[in-house]
Write a protein that binds this ligand. Structure first.
Ligand code: HEC
Length: 101
């Protein structure tokens, strides 16, 4: 039940904050707008797993991140209709910068 409540509240937060990021949004802006609620402002993890240095995501190839963002994974929704290809690449670059930094 706790897990369900967490997923439902994440869905509510997501619903409240979703909106298309502007086409020229940076990777960081996209992350803050649509990923941070679930993955934490510093990629430290929240409802979703950590994505920063030392995380599983840091060991995965870009294609894994791309597939996750486009198709969704587990309770993470798909962002295929929210982000265009360039925005997906920008948010991946931002995650890589944080992982490397
Ligand atoms: C509604 C909450 C939510 C949002 C918003 C969200 N995610 Fe996730 N994300 C999750 C959850 C939950 C998982 C774990 C899925 C699983 O493995 O079952 C996950 C998994 C991932 C993974 C794989 C991590 C791993 O170690 O396997 C990546 C990469 C990822 N998310 C990136 C993103 C990016 C980038 C965004 C923004 C475009 C985003 N997520 C938005 C909830 C979310």
């Amino acid at each position: 039940m706790r897990k369900l409540a967490a997923v439902l509240s994440a869905a509510l937060v997501l619903g409240a904050c979703t909106g298309q990021p502007s086409s020229d949004a940076t990777g960081e802006q996209i992350y803050r707008q649509i990923c941070a609620n679930c993955h934490g402002p510093n990629l430290e993890g929240r409802v979703g797993p950590a994505l920063g240095p030392g995380s599983n995501a840091a060991t995965q190839p870009d294609s894994y991140l791309e597939t996750t963002i486009l198709r969704g994974r587990g309770s993470m929704p798909s962002f295929r209709s929210t982000l265009d290809d360039e925005q997906v690449q920008r948010v991946i670059s931002f995650i890589r910068e944080v992982q490397g930094g």
